[in-house]
Design a binder for this molecule. Structure first.
Ligand code: SF4
Length: 192
């Protein structure tokens, strides 16, 4: 709905705040999703995402949401589907050359980005759309990737000391315990 799309851009900061909370919640739920099976969770999450975002942003479910980088203005609503800025045909007043009654999604994007805390992200070059992801849940994919990165970072932190011991022993045996670390303290990866 076009009016709601304009509303979302005007309140981009609020939507940015909301999305961060949602993302945190989804990351927190990731272990549960993993237990159920991400493939099984995909369909219901995608259905909710489609419902909410279609209403608010005229979402086309491209599967690689960039609303956080585009001031809450969905670039897939551009008739040319440009993901990195407007074409050269923006009309006076910031209207689209293909659909003259519609504001250019990129004029709106700049407008929305100026209101956002992380608005500088609009300057980042976005990758081309991967059409293979069309229809899939962006929320689920992003939270799954971030949860995996967090787990990796925690594991690296947890085993940092254990990994440091062998090197410390080689330099100065007295600086590190001579006994082997208990197996639980050293991950399998470290042992390889
Ligand atoms: S960028 Fe993609 S997922 Fe995000 S609102 Fe637009 S079509 Fe939907």
């Amino acid at each position: 709905m076009y009016r709601l799309r304009l509303f979302a851009v005007r309140h981009s900061r609020g939507f940015e705040w909301l999305y961060r909370r949602l993302e945190r919640l989804m990351i927190g739920l990731d272990p549960l999703f993993a237990r159920i099976g991400h493939d099984r969770v995909e369909a219901p999450v995608a259905l909710i995402e489609r419902g909410v975002k279609s209403l608010l942003f005229d979402c086309r479910m491209c599967g690689q949401c960039v609303l956080s980088s585009t001031g809450m203005s969905c670039p897939m609503n551009c008739p040319k589907q440009l993901r990195n800025g407007p074409c050269g045909g923006v009309r006076p007043g910031g209207f689209c050359e293909v659909k003259p009654a519609m504001r250019c999604v990129w004029a709106l994007a700049w407008d929305g980005a100026t209101r956002m805390e992380d608005g500088a992200r609009i300057r980042e070059v976005l990758p081309p759309v991967d059409h293979g992801l069309k229809g899939s849940s962006s929320w689920l994919r992003v939270s799954r990737e971030k949860a995996a990165a967090l787990r990796e970072a925690r594991e690296a932190e947890r085993t940092a000391l254990a990994r440091a011991f062998p090197a410390a022993r080689e330099i100065e045996p007295a600086t590190a315990p001579l006994a082997e670390e208990p197996p639980r303290a050293v991950s399998q990866e470290v042992r390889k």
